[in-house]
Design a protein around this ligand. Structure first.
Ligand SMILES: [Zn+2]
Length: 459
C-alpha cells in the first residue's frame, strides 16, 4: 500500500545556519508579497479601466495565478526587485509563490462555490514578525547521511538533527520510501525538518480482526472504550496553565510592539515572547504524543473502531467547554484514527452527529429525552440499568458496528450507519412501557415534559 507520510525531526542548527535558513524563509516572504502586490495592482487597474468603459479586449492583461505564471513574472522582475536573489536557493522563492498560488486558488474556488467549508478570504501580505519562517525544497539533493544524524538539503548543505532519523533511513535503504520534499520550519522556537515521503507500507491486519471497540471521546477522560477501559485525559494544558498565565503576565508588563506609534518591542519583550511560545509548544507536543499513542494502539488492536461525529466547531462556540475540548483534541483523534485504521487494515465507523449515543440505554435500547451534562451515571427508567455515562455511550457506539454490518450496504462511511440508528431510536422509544400506557388513549405523547412524567411513572 502506497501512502504519503511525513517524517519530522528537530534540528540543531549552528548560528550561521540559523541565519541562512532565516534568509531563505525571508526570501519566500519577499517573493510572496511582491507577487501579491502585482496581482492586486493588476486587479485594481482592470477594475478601474472597466469603470471608464474600456472594452474587455483592451484591458490591462490579467496576471496568471498559476504557480508557473507567477514564477515567470517573478523571474522577469527579480533582478530589479531582489538583486540579492542569487544568494538563496530558487526553492525559497518557489515556496512563497506556491503558497500564494494556492491561496488565490482557494479564494477563487471558495467564491465560486467549488470549495466546501468556511469562506476563504483574499490572501494577505506576510509580515516578518507574524509569519512562521519556513522554506520547502522539492528538487535537488535531499538525503539522510549514513550516520543518520545529519541530513543534506540543497544550498543549506549538511544540517545536524537533534535525534536519529533511523526510521526513515531504514526505509530509504530498503527502497520502500522515496522523499518527495523537505520543509524546514521554525515552530515553538525550534527548527524542524519535515520530509514528505511516499512510503510503501506492508499490508497489515489488526491483532483482533473481528473485534469492535466503541470510543466515546470525553471531557473527563480522553476516551472511554466500550471494553470498560478509561483512558485518562492528558491534562498537560491544565497543569501547564499556571505557567502559561505567569508567562503571559510577564510578557504584558514588558514593552511590546505597537503598530500605531511604531514602537519597536524591547529585547526583554522578545525574550518573554519566546519563552511563552516554547511553553505553548511543549503543551502541544505532550498532547500530540498522548493522542498518537492512543490511536495507534486502537488501530493496531481492533478490526473496527466506532466514534461519534462531533460538531467540533459548534462545541468550540460554547466557551466554557471550549478549552477542555480543544485540549482533548477531538478532531485530531478522529483524523488520526481515520488514517491509522486504514494503514492497519481495519476500519473506522463514524456515527451520525444526531445519534443519541449518550441518551440511549445500552441494555434495552430505550432513549431518554433529556440527559443533563452533569449526570455522570446513566440510570435507565425502563430496565433499571445503572452505568457510567461515557461507558454507556461507548457501548452504544460499538453496537452500531453490528447494525451496520447487518444492514450490509453502502460504503464504510457514516451514512448507512446513521440511517439505521435513527430508525432504531424511534422504534425503541415506542417500545417503552410508559409510552405504551399513554398510547392506550390513542395519542403519542409529545417529546419533552410529558415524556418526562411518563418516565417517572414507569419507575
Ligand atoms: Zn434500559
Amino acid at each position: 500500500m502506497k501512502t504519503i507520510q511525513a517524517y519530522r525531526y528537530a534540528l540543531d542548527l549552528t548560528p550561521s545556519q540559523d541565519r541562512y535558513v532565516l534568509a531563505h524563509a525571508g526570501a519566500a516572504r519577499v517573493a510572496h508579497n511582491w507577487a501579491l502586490a502585482r496581482v492586486k495592482a493588476v486587479m485594481g487597474q482592470r477594475a478601474a479601466e472597466r469603470t471608464y468603459g474600456v472594452p474587455d479586449e483592451r484591458l490591462t492583461p490579467s496576471l496568471s495565478w498559476s504557480l508557473a505564471g507567477l514564477r515567470r513574472a517573478w523571474n522577469a522582475a527579480k533582478p530589479g526587485t531582489a538583486p540579492w536573489w542569487p544568494e538563496v536557493s530558487k526553492e525559497a522563492f518557489n515556496t512563497g509563490l506556491d503558497a500564494l498560488a494556492r491561496a488565490l486558488k482557494n479564494w477563487a474556488d471558495s467564491r465560486n462555490g467549488k470549495r466546501a467549508g468556511r469562506p476563504v478570504g483574499f490572501p494577505r501580505f506576510k509580515s516578518r514578525r507574524r509569519t512562521t519562517p519556513s522554506v520547502r525544497f522539492t528538487t535537488g539533493a535531499i538525503r539522510v547521511e549514513p550516520g543518520r544524524i545529519h541530513v543534506v538539503l540543497p544550498r543549506l548543505g549538511r544540517l545536524k538533527l537533534h535525534e536519529s532519523a533511523r526510521k526513515l533511513a531504514r526505509r530509504l535503504e530498503a527502497g520502500t520510501a522515496r522523499i518527495l520534499s523537505a520543509t524546514v520550519r521554525r515552530d515553538g522556537g525550534r527548527w524542524h525538518v519535515s520530509f514528505t515521503v511516499e512510503v510503501d507500507r506492508v499490508e497489515r491486519t489488526p491483532a483482533r480482526t473481528a473485534s469492535v471497540v466503541g470510543v466515546d471521546v470525553g471531557i473527563k477522560h480522553l476516551a472511554v472504550l466500550s471494553t470498560g477501559e478509561l483512558v485518562d485525559n492528558p491534562r498537560h494544558f491544565v497543569t501547564a496553565q499556571a505557567r502559561l498565565r505567569a508567562l503571559g503576565r510577564a510578557l504584558s508588563r514588558k514593552t511590546g510592539p505597537d503598530r500605531r506609534t511604531g514602537q519597536r518591542p524591547s529585547k526583554r519583550w522578545e525574550r518573554a515572547a519566546a519563552r511563552l511560545g516554547t511553553a505553548h509548544a511543549r503543551v502541544a507536543n505532550l498532547r500530540r504524543d498522548g493522542l498518537h499513542k492512543l490511536t495507534t494502539r486502537l488501530a493496531r488492536e481492533y478490526g473496527t473502531v466506532v466514534v461519534e461525529d462531533l460538531n467540533v466547531t459548534g462545541m468550540l462556540a460554547n466557551r466554557r467547554l471550549a478549552r477542555h475540548i480543544a485540549d482533548a483534541g477531538f478532531a485530531e483523534i478522529r483524523r488520526q484514527l481515520a488514517y491509522k485504521t486504514q494503514w492497519n487494515g481495519g476500519r473506522l465507523l463514524v456515527a451520525d452527529r444526531w445519534y443519541p449515543s449518550s441518551k440511549t440505554c445500552s441494555g434495552c435500547g430505550a432513549v431518554k429525552t433529556k440527559l443533563a451534562l452533569r449526570e455522570r451515571e446513566y440510570e435507565c427508567e425502563t430496565c433499571g440499568l445503572v452505568i457510567n455515562r461515557d461507558r454507556n455511550a461507548s457501548l452504544n457506539l460499538a453496537a452500531l458496528a453490528a447494525e451496520f454490518d447487518t444492514a450490509g450496504s453502502g460504503p464504510v462511511a457514516g451514512r448507512g450507519a446513521d440511517q439505521r440508528t435513527r430508525v432504531r431510536g424511534q422504534v425503541a422509544a415506542k417500545r417503552q412501557p410508559g409510552t405504551a400506557q399513554a398510547g392506550q388513549t390513542g395519542t403519542v405523547p409529545p417529546q419533552g415534559g410529558t415524556a418526562d412524567r411518563v418516565f417517572t411513572k414507569a419507575h
